[in-house]
Design a protein around this ligand. Structure first.
Ligand SMILES: CC/C=C\C/C=C\C/C=C\C/C=C/C(=O)SCCNC(=O)CCNC(=O)[C@H](O)C(C)(C)COP(=O)(O)OP(=O)(O)OC[C@H]1O[C@@H](n2cnc3c(N)ncnc32)[C@H](O)[C@@H]1OP(=O)(O)O
Length: 302
């Protein structure tokens, strides 16, 4: 039932004008294309997929410049790529990384949550929910190669992965910093963090809106490994090999066992969660905070 609802959201998204023609954008043969067996890079304008069929792995590169903010279009393209890889028996694992230098993802797109109509907020929030559910419950091994800063929704996306490798650069902070924007991390953001670093550490991190630099992120457990920047991709590949050596069915069932209770909470409260989000985001005080935050980002330049 829940899956059917998810499929409807995805199907509706695919029917949108900007989503048409996104299914395959054939490109050059990928550098990771498994010794020239002819499998090409594919993807969409904002998501580049580099397949390595020999290894059963695809590198999914987010490229929504300037900051990989998770706009509605971008989320839809990510979902389409994920679905395509999940439906292709060649692939058992994905490495999720960024094509935008120094930025993994700036999180949810603030312009999707500012000055729009309630119907837009509903549509946007459904896509955010769907992305979390799909990545969190994916049967594939998903490893995040975090090669840039990763606040809020960017951090959440990495937390849906099975393993996180972070580049050792003090600028590459990671965390759920929503309170700094005057907003609140929804319960399923919070649950995902609790499942990763525990209750007390989450309580502190979320209330203070902490963005952890690499050493701190490793210490608290937000990431699993910190490596020199030029070793992020190779480390993600080695870790992937280790995970893929485990019998797939046993690993998948264990993942489901661990994650389903958390996902079920959102699945049963999905509509209520949308209403809560829309009510919250429509508040004058919240809109003011978000506008002020966006303005601050813009003024930073000048
Ligand atoms: C009771 C509770 C019930 C319900 C819950 C309700 C609400 C909660 C809902 C949602 C949770 C929210 C989750 C989020 O993810 S919110 C987004 C959080 N993200 C951030 O705080 C990051 C903001 N960005 C930055 O800090 C920097 O941009 C960054 C460090 C990523 C990069 O810095 P850099 O100097 O390289 O670039 P900038 O010049 O700052 O930015 C370039 C350009 O991009 C625009 N920008 C940046 N981030 C975003 C974004 N998240 N969304 C949209 N646009 C963004 C920025 O304004 C610049 O634009 P322009 O000036 O036009 O070039």
């Amino acid at each position: 039932m829940a899956l059917a609802v998810g499929m409807r959201v995805l199907t509706r998204a695919l029917l949108r004008p900007w989503a048409r023609g996104l299914r395959v954008a054939p490109g050059r043969t990928g550098p990771a294309a498994g010794g020239g067996d002819g499998m090409r890079c594919f993807g969409s304008p904002r998501v580049l997929v580099e397949p390595d069929p020999a290894a059963g792995v695809a590198v999914v590169k987010m490229r929504n410049p300037p900051v990989n903010s998770l706009s509605l279009e971008f989320l839809t393209e990510l979902l389409i790529s994920l679905e395509k890889l999940e439906n292709d028996k060649t692939f058992h694992g994905i490495i999720l990384t960024s094509d935008c230098p120094g930025i993994f993802s700036a999180g949810l797109d603030l312009t999707e949550m500012c000055g729009r109509k309630p119907e837009h907020y509903v549509e946007y929030w459904k896509a955010v929910q769907e992305t979390w559910l799909r990545f969190y419950l994916s049967n594939l091994v998903v490893i995040a190669a975090i090669n840039g800063v990763s606040p809020a929704g960017g951090c959440l996306l990495s937390l849906t992965c099975d393993y996180r490798v972070l580049a050792n650069n003090p600028k590459y902070t990671i965390g759920l910093n929503e309170t700094l924007l005057g907003i609140v991390a929804p319960f399923w953001f919070k649950d995902t963090m609790v499942n990763t670093i525990g209750h007390r550490a989450t309580e502190r991190a979320l209330q203070l809106g902490l963005l952890f630099p690499p050493a701190e992120a490793l210490r608290v457990g937000v990431v699993d490994q910190v490596v020199p920047e030029d070793q992020v991709q190779s480390t993600a590949r080695s870790v992937m090999a280790q995970w893929l050596a485990i019998p797939d069915h046993a690993r998948q069932l264990t993942k489901t066992l661990m994650r389903k209770p958390t996902a079920d909470r959102l699945l049963t409260e999905r509509d209520a969660d949308i209403q809560t989000f829309v009510r919250f985001i429509c508040r004058d005080s919240v809109q003011k905070s978000l506008h002020a935050y966006l303005e601050k980002l813009k003024q930073k330049k000048g």
